[in-house]
Design a protein around this ligand. Sequence first.
Ligand code: BES
Ligand code: ZN
Ligand code: ZN
Length: 486
Amino acid sequence: MRIEIGTESYLKARADGLMIFAGEAWEKDLAEIDKRFKGALIKTLTREKYRGKPGELCVFHTHGMVPAEVIVVAGDSADPFLLRRSAYLACRKARDAGITTLAVKADGATAERGGILAEIAILALYSFDRYKQQQDSRKEIRVVRLLLKRKTRDHEQAIRAGTVLAGAACYTRDLINEPAGVVTPSYLANRAVELKRANRGIACEVRGAGWMKKQGMGGLLGVARGSREEPRFIVLRYRPAKPAKRIAIVGKGITFDSGGLSLKTADQMVSMKCDMSGAATVLGVFSALSHLKPAVEVIGVIPTTENMPGGAAYKPGDILRMMNGKTVEILNTDAEGRLILADALVYAERQKPDWIVDLATLTGACVVALGDNCTGLMGTDEALKKALQDAARGAGERLWELPLLEEYRETLKSDIADIKNANYGRDGGAIKAGLFLREFVSSTPWVHLDIAGPAFMEKEVGFYGKGATGHGVGTLLRLCMNIERK
Ligand code: BES
Ligand code: ZN
Ligand code: ZN
């Protein structure tokens, strides 16, 4: 799908579909085009009790009164999240109506709004269909043409940025939606190398088990023992001239989480190809950095392995020694994410970043706490938390802070090792996992994002369809872009 910018009148748009946002003052918004229909458009909407609220939709056939055959009228909102929801639904509706070229009336739009519309159109019209045989008969919108009053530099830039941001999220979605039979640790490593080759200014190192042993990465090596696939440790770097900050982003890369010997049930296991969403988010960010050119240095760190119950698998009762020397007693091999992240966080901190952000589909408990459209945020630094919240607001992504309560720290204690990886009790699981990770960051400002809920959807929610969402890509890229040049 292609995004275009046009300045012709929406009444003359050469497209088979026309999208018009009409909010609470919808009669005013539609007055001009209603003349073409001799009042029939407003009459129809009145009969349908249209009020202009986000989420409301009306499809109207034009019978030649304007060049477009179908008009989709969609509710509007000044709230960017609600606008996204409305635009998402309207784009889906337009696709279902068989539209192939969609013009969007955006004559009053600010640059920011133009950017959001471009971004949402791409996100909404995404589909993962490479394994379906009959692709040709599927309905597909090929062009979305945003009709502006004037084509200013600000509008063009915002729309271009929106296009890149959404493209990065779709890259991430493709990686997550692709089955675990394809996406192995070495597959992720190959994709990282491909990013380096395709993008100027990106460097990439891929490490194997021998190197991990020398580094003392007992967590990653321990989890990897149950799998036939070799683990990989991937490091990506983007470094502009005179960076204003250095940020490390760490992504959990469990390409399939069977639970290991503490095996998951069949129902719990079905969607566990999504357990590399953190890693896919990091790769998605790197797919866009050299296009957006933020003024920050970014180090992407991806520990990746399968979590399988093979004959050599790590066992409950085992004790693993992590890269910073801390020992961990294993009480549940399904709490594997924190083990591979522990090593990755130690590695990340040794790169001397100003900030560390990790993303992980870490706990089912986080989904219980916040539902499926919200990330749990935990961390040690107020400025970083605020910067992430600001970035998330721009992206329309929901982050909610969970407290790293000191009094829960003692639940981590083990009788025979420094700490244990699970059996902390059923309650507060997301927070206790956050406290576990904190043990592996000494003094660098750090935030942990538990994306177990929003990374992958079982049903449509907000502006996400079923399957992988790419949630986190928009926030992280905006975090980078919001930092001012030195
Ligand atoms: N990958 C899972 C968490 C998860 C659950 C992600 C649902 C996405 C959707 C993680 O490795 C896991 O199994 N966590 C356990 C931890 C427990 C054993 C302490 C969990 O949440 O049950
Ligand atoms: Zn697990
Ligand atoms: Zn997992």
